[in-house]
Design a protein around this ligand. Structure first.
Ligand code: FES
Length: 94
């Protein structure tokens, strides 16, 4: 993933923005990354990836994701499709 690729596709939060946020704010827990433009608070697809970025930073490494943006977006689309399929259907009004 390149710096301008989006990690949180719901809120268009790039890897670059997350790296800068992590460097500046030094979040203690991964959930604090949601303070970076709402990352992770939409469909939740990116939450495990945000956790990974946080773990890498905690270990002193440059946060990075070894995945192509195309593959990432495709997997998220499948996740969202499945999630919508899992929603209970509205009861009939009869
Ligand atoms: S991709 Fe980040 S919340 Fe949906």
């Amino acid at each position: 993933m390149k710096p301008d690729d989006h990690v949180c596709l719901c809120f268009h939060v790039s890897l670059r923005k997350l790296r800068a946020f992590i460097k500046r704010e030094q979040p203690k827990v991964p959930s604090q990354l949601s303070e970076c433009l709402g990352a992770g608070t939409g469909c939740h697809w990116c939450v495990p990836f945000l956790e990974k970025l946080h773990r890498q930073a905690q270990a002193g490494a440059e946060p990075d994701l070894a995945v192509s943006p195309e593959s990432y977006a495709k997997r998220r689309a499948a996740y969202r499709e499945k999630k919508e399929g899992d929603q209970p259907s509205a009861p009939d009004k009869s």
